[in-house]
Design a protein around this ligand. Structure first.
Ligand code: FES
Length: 92
């Protein structure tokens, strides 16, 4: 199963491929903040520091929100992610 690592805390979890990052965090009280949960507020923005190709592709709506809240290259919205392989994330 894919590994999900939170670089800020060092916590690692094994998750089924296709798991929603948002739902996993909510169910496991994992260390990441969310606001709207629908891709519009930017609270959940993060950087996938390892395995950035192991998630669903960036949509145009997600890109618009990311560009409004950060200039960090490759930033993503945690609430829009599906985990498809090993990833390691850090809040932006
Ligand atoms: S929680 Fe609002 S954009 Fe993800």
């Amino acid at each position: 199963m894919p590994k999900l690592t939170f670089l800020k805390t060092g916590q690692t979890y094994e998750v089924p491929a296709g798991t929603s990052f948002l739902e996993f965090c909510q169910e496991h009280q994992a260390p990441h903040d969310f606001g709207c949960t629908v891709g519009s507020c930017g609270t959940c923005v993060l950087k996938i520091e390892q395995g950035e190709k192991n998630v669903n592709p960036l949509s145009s709506d997600e890109r618009d929100t990311v560009e409004m809240c950060t200039t960090v290259a490759g930033a993503r919205l945690g609430c829009q992610l599906k985990i498809l392989g090993d990833i390691a994330v850090r809040p932006v």
